[in-house]
Design a protein around this ligand. Structure first.
Ligand SMILES: Cc1ncc(COP(=O)(O)O)c(C=O)c1O
Length: 379
């Protein structure tokens, strides 16, 4: 929430809520001496997270990026394979595909969800396509049914990038558990954090077993130091899992608070026709990981961010479409991505840490309105 800067409050974009339970579990993990990747918290975090997502299995990892890479590796996706990803996402979605040696194929977003456009997915499928990675952007679920339908007609794997959508539901079902596998991130700005950390969830026992094997140097505990292939060290630590488990126990409270914060933003900004807040489709319950708004085209988001910062309010631009970035633009096959480009150009995220109070949000919103009016009068 608020921290003092120059005798004024400063509102960061996101901040975790570390409570007594987190301190108790992490202290216990430290005291136990199990500080690396063995220890009871790793197992409990995995079990608890699988239950949370209503999946049979969960495999913990060092972060969300490697969770995605490990899933692709465990599924045998590699050179010669194409993987469909939205162009509007955090770069890790594509990095993991590139680590695996496969080719990311970018697809445009839908204006109503800001996520992968199912019709564009269908058009992007080729004989080399092996998988689709929908991203539940900023906590709002992608429209999964048509994506799953395309996947089953073309015999493709669907891996949900649920790094930002802890607790979000699609037609009443938890995101992460809708495709062949789902991955999560527990970075410090996420709804559930373990500092750094990630998780793969799946109902596929063979996939879970293979991911488990590969994430510990492809070594089976019963045949110590016998490695049948090159694996990875992608393990989470017991300390991180202790923090993650405490947060997971508080998940219903943290999710409810995020939704409350979004409701306060809607209450204080809802009347502004020049701000379009997060999507909220009738079939979805977003986790509202980030509180976002699309600005009118005439407003320069960078200038708005500078003015907000001067008033003690942190903000972030949207992700840059991956087909425009130096390491990934070579994967652009001349596609058109007008929706992703427009969202990226006009989008801003505002402070949304779970410790914000109604008063904080009221203050932030009145500042946003003032700054927007200033910017509009200058535009
Ligand atoms: C959509 C998306 N995918 C993957 C990741 C990667 O997660 P991590 O930072 O834990 O590696 C992130 C991280 O924020 C993300 O937003």
């Amino acid at each position: 929430m608020a921290e003092k800067t120059d005798a004024r409050k400063f509102y960061p974009i996101a901040e975790p809520d570390i409570g007594e339970l987190e301190i108790e579990y992490v202290t216990d993990a430290v005291r136990s001496g199990w500080v690396s990747s063995l220890g009871r918290y790793v197992e409990e975090f995995e079990r608890g997270f699988a239950d949370f997502c209503h999946t049979r299995h969960a495999v913990s990892t060092a972060n969300g990026t490697v969770a995605l890479h490990l899933t692709l590796a465990a599924l045998g996706i590699g050179p010669g394979d194409e993987v469909i990803v939205p162009t509007l996402t955090f770069i890790a979605t594509a990095s993991a595909v590139i680590y695996a040696g496969a080719t990311p194929v970018f697809v445009d977003s839908e204006p109503q969800t800001w996520c992968l456009d199912p019709a564009a997915v269908e058009r992007a499928i080729t004989p080399r396509t092996r998988a689709i990675i929908p991203v539940h952007l900023y906590g709002h679920p992608a429209d999964m049914d048509p994506i799953l339908d395309s996947a089953s007609r073309h015999n493709l794997i669907v891996i949900e990038d649920a790094a930002e959508s802890h607790g979000a539901t699609y037609k009443g079902r938890m995101t992460g558990g809708l495709g062949s596998a789902g991955i999560f991130s527990f970075y410090g700005n996420k709804l559930i954090t373990s500092g750094e950390g990630g998780m793969i969830v799946t109902n596929d026992s063979a996939l879970a077993e293979r991911a488990n094997f590969l994430h510990d140097h492809a070594m089976r505990p019963e045949t110590r130091y016998y490695h049948s292939e090159i694996g990875y060290n992608y393990r989470i630590t017991n300390l991180q899992a202790a923090l993650g488990l405490a947060q997971l126990r508080r998940a219903p409270e943290l999710i409810a608070r995020k939704r409350q914060i979004m409701n306060w933003y809607r209450e204080f900004l809802g009347e502004r026709e020049d701000l379009k807040l997060n999507p909220s489709m009738p079939w979805a319950e977003s986790s509202f990981w980030m509180v976002c708004a699309l600005l009118p085209s005439r407003i320069d988001p960078a200038s708005m961010m500078t003015e907000l910062r001067a008033s003690g309010i942190d903000s972030r631009p949207f992700f840059k479409p991956l087909h425009t970035l130096p390491p990934t633009r070579k994967y652009d096959n001349g596609g058109r991505f007008p929706i992703a480009e427009d969202l990226s150009r006009r989008g801003l995220s505002f402070p949304c840490g779970v410790k914000l109070t109604r008063q904080d949000v009221e203050f932030i919103c009145s500042t946003i309105k003032r700054v927007l009016d200033n910017q509009t009068s200058r535009a």
